[in-house]
Design a protein around this ligand. Sequence first.
Ligand SMILES: Cc1cc2nc3c(=O)[nH]c(=O)nc-3n(C[C@H](O)[C@H](O)[C@H](O)COP(=O)(O)OP(=O)(O)OC[C@H]3O[C@@H](n4cnc5c(N)ncnc54)[C@H](O)[C@@H]3O)c2cc1C
Length: 483
Amino acid sequence: MVVDAAVVGAGPNGLAAAVTMARAGLSVRVYEAAGTPGGGARTSELIQPGYLHDICSAVHPMALASPFFREFKLDERIGMFVPEVSFAHPLPDSAAGIGYRDLERTTTALGRDGAAYRDLMKPLVEHISGVVDLTTHGLMRVPRDPVGLLKYGLRSLEQGSVLRTRRFEEQQGPAMIAGLAGHVVGRQPALASAAAGLMLGALSHTVGWPIPTGGSQAIIDAMVADLEAHGGQIVTGHRVTSLAELGSARTVLLDVAAPQLEGLADGRLPSGYAAALRNFKTGDGVSKVDFILSEDVPWADPDVGQAGTVHLGGTRRQVAISEAQVSGGKHPDNPFVLASQPSSFDRSRLPPGSHRQILWTYTHVPAGSTRDMTEAVTAQLERYAPGFADVVVDSKATTAADLERYNPNYVGGDFSAGKMTVPQLLARPVPSMNPWRTPLDGVYLCSASTPPGPAVHGMCGYLAAERALKDVFRLPVPDLGPQ
Ligand SMILES: Cc1cc2nc3c(=O)[nH]c(=O)nc-3n(C[C@H](O)[C@H](O)[C@H](O)COP(=O)(O)OP(=O)(O)OC[C@H]3O[C@@H](n4cnc5c(N)ncnc54)[C@H](O)[C@@H]3O)c2cc1C
């Protein structure tokens, strides 16, 4: 059967594109290389039966904030637990920095630096719709909230430069901001990571940082169910190697990292565009370690146990040193580790009656790293949770090189599908007001290599589908709510 739309890749963006096209009344077929749909949002029994681990993404502020998921009404389709403590940042010589959902509570806990933290975050919290609108559509568009943009831009410039040292007097505030920026792999300070970090910080004090019941897979299952209910099909176990395999689909949406596009196009891309794709740089990698624990993590500061997400790496200076080592091709002695403790909030991740816990962690490593980071991550956890090693029942490491084998979009373990720098946010993967449209008629790129970039928000797919509906079918974006 000739379909209206062929989608390559069933990650959150490919599925967002597929759902949008199917809801517009078009026939849709999705091709996925792996055995199941999901990309960076799968959950599986990675280590032992009955223990559900998120293989990639785990915590989903963007699933509540993203315009696509708001239209899709994801929060009505799946359960999501929003912890009162969005994130915690334990420190070697002082109490942990705690990012409560309540901004005032956060600032009170910060004591002397509370006012400085409030002054940084409050304007972003007040302009959260404008900040989200900007960060979920890409930088190449007229901002809906210029005042919000100004406040966001100035604060990003401050925290992304040497000016950041002026704001705080104590250790917690700066470390908390460095930890938020650490969701982007790369040297600190830098404008792109500061901007992403401040956006995540503002979300932590508004919608919060939710953890889906049953794991990230629940998001994918909701999208697949909607797609299938509207006639879409998913073909799994089919890695597309040439666009020619897709027959005469009227439009093609590619949830593939930009470097793949040239190969898929079999030499049909204009030389300038192909050269731009070759210049689009991938970043350093991440390496995962998942754990099954006999009990809760024995955090030295018990408040850390209330957090959905924990940033480990110490002071702002220590985080900057660690990130600089990764950029320089080294595995850091004091790695920056992101951890999430989902089973503290969602017991469905465990076999019935189990009193154990699961812990999700990843850390930054040089691109293509094959190093098992279990020892380094365990040592980092021991620093802030003495006795951690004694509660480990089992663990599994996934190196950066393994991640690329698992998902071809993660070149060298780069989970952003392209390095996150300001030039690469303006040219993702090429400078254009419509970066989703490729020079090939009816072919659109819709992965995290396009705006707005990485995270589970579905916006790259949604925005690409919006363009394809308009260009190829002269159709408006359909209603996406449950029906
Ligand atoms: C360890 C880790 C932790 C993360 N944590 C978070 C988090 O907590 N919160 C968050 O929001 N984000 C997180 N992310 C990032 C998030 O997972 C990604 O940004 C997001 O999944 C990107 O979605 P996507 O649809 O663009 O691509 P992907 O999710 O990468 O999906 C692409 C899909 O396309 C398939 N594919 C690629 N090429 C082909 C081909 N030629 N033929 C057929 N199929 C193909 C792949 O197999 C894959 O299934 C994390 C990622 C990793 C790796």
